[in-house]
Design a protein around this ligand. Structure first.
Ligand SMILES: [Zn+2]
Ligand SMILES: [Zn+2]
Length: 225
């Protein structure tokens, strides 16, 4: 399995591609702000063709380029219905100061992708020869999800978006944020898995469930580990 990533935009949101190998179809996770140049280079480098776009949540730094990527390749863009409104109204997902700056940056409401597919807890998405299981994981946003990918002999992989990071968890001070729900989601969706499970977060470096269980201060202090 091939998983490659690069940080995109001023907030360095990780954009991932996952594929069975080079020269194959792939899935693009979170093509956000300014992701197109990096994504185009990554697709060319590995000879990959997008078969679907998966969004972990609706914040602009993760979804900004989703319509462009989805429409250019004629593939569906997946998002939980609770975050779908953020696709066309990104200011709704952030604080007023950031919302004003977003309006300047965008210069008008963004268009929805031509093909939007809503995902829910337990859905299994089969694309590019890979099977992603959706876990609804609210807290950072109401429509946050984690995509779980079986490792096929290797440890499983979780695309955690802004739920769980290496040494941290997602902020909950934006509209729709809920600290208690976030910790419940981390418990249910992440800490319930084996220590070796790979965690590929929406920002920052990769980690594992075991490392976060042992050392993540945001979980330790709440008695969650
Ligand atoms: Zn976010
Ligand atoms: Zn983010």
């Amino acid at each position: 399995m091939l998983i490659a990533a690069f940080p995109a935009g001023p907030l360095a949101a990780n954009c991932y591609v996952a594929a069975p190998g080079s020269g194959a179809d792939c899935v693009v996770v979170d093509p956000g702000q300014d992701a197109l140049p990096g994504l185009t280079a990554l697709l060319a480098e590995h000879g990959l063709t997008p078969a679907a776009v998966l969004l972990t949540h609706g914040h602009f730094d993760h979804v900004w380029s989703a319509a462009e990527v989805g429409d250019a390749h004629g593939v569906p863009v997946h998002i939980h219905p609770a975050d779908r409104p953020l696709l066309t109204d990104p200011a709704k997902g952030v604080d007023p100061a950031l919302a004003a700056r977003l309006a300047d940056l965008l210069g008008g409401p963004p268009a929805e992708p031509a093909r939007v597919a809503e995902v829910g807890d337990g859905d299994v998405l089969s694309f590019a020869g890979l099977e992603f299981t959706v876990a609804h994981a609210p807290g950072h946003t109401p429509g946050s999800v984690v995509y779980a990918l079986p490792g096929g002999g290797d440890p499983d992989v979780l695309f955690t978006g802004d739920l769980l990071f290496a040494g941290s968890v997602g902020r909950t001070d934006f509209p729709g944020g809920d600290p208690a729900a976030l910790l419940d989601s981390v418990d249910r969706v992440c800490l319930s898995r084996p220590d070796a499970t790979h965690v590929l977060p929406g920002h920052g470096p990769r980690t594992t469930v075991g490392r976060e269980r042992a050392a993540n201060p945001f979980l330790r202090d709440t008695g969650r580990t």
